[in-house]
Design a protein. Structure first.
Length: 161
């Protein structure tokens, strides 16, 4: 098995093989004179400007977003707090695509991705709580996108007396 481990919890640096081709394991069988091991296809990275535009519009109230943040920290952050580069082996929920957003309730409340390691949280969360988490994640995605698009300011040293 090749390509598993080492990268869990790490950021895959642009230019590295894990960044270019992914870091999912595969079985490689070698034989003498068997030729080159084929490379995987290169991954597309659509965030050359820093962060992709979220595929859904903001829609949560301030109360929903605050409640969602609290619930996320209690139940989700152990695996999904991959903000600031942590947790590269687990999906960064700020980067959900349109399909994941459409299926969010089923993923969280019905366990439709149990086969991929995402548990069913229907015994811990109500439908309203899951929706609040979703609204919070949408807000996080938009903030990350806006922060990435903001012009960077040059470092200004402290004034000397």
């Amino acid at each position: 098995l090749s390509g598993v481990g080492g990268g869990i919890g790490q950021v895959h640096i642009p230019g590295s093989a894990a960044y270019e081709y992914g870091n999912k394991g595969r079985l490689i069988v070698l034989r003498l004179g068997g030729g080159d091991v084929p490379k995987r296809e290169k991954k597309e990275h659509n965030d050359s400007d820093g962060f992709p535009i979220p595929p859904v519009l903001r829609s949560g109230s301030e109360e929903q977003i605050t409640a969602g943040a609290d619930i996320f920290l209690r139940h989700c952050a152990k695996c999904h707090a991959n903000i600031d580069g942590r947790g590269a082996g687990i999906p960064d929920l700020r980067r959900m695509d349109a399909l994941a957003h459409n299926e969010f309730s089923n993923i969280v409340m019905k366990g439709t991705r149990v086969d991929k390691g995402m548990g069913n949280f229907s015994d811990l969360l109500s439908k309203e709580q899951a929706e609040a988490v979703h609204k919070y994640l949408i807000e996080l995605a938009w903030k990350a996108y806006e922060d990435a698009k903001a012009p960077s300011m040059p470092h200004q040293p402290a004034a000397q007396d």
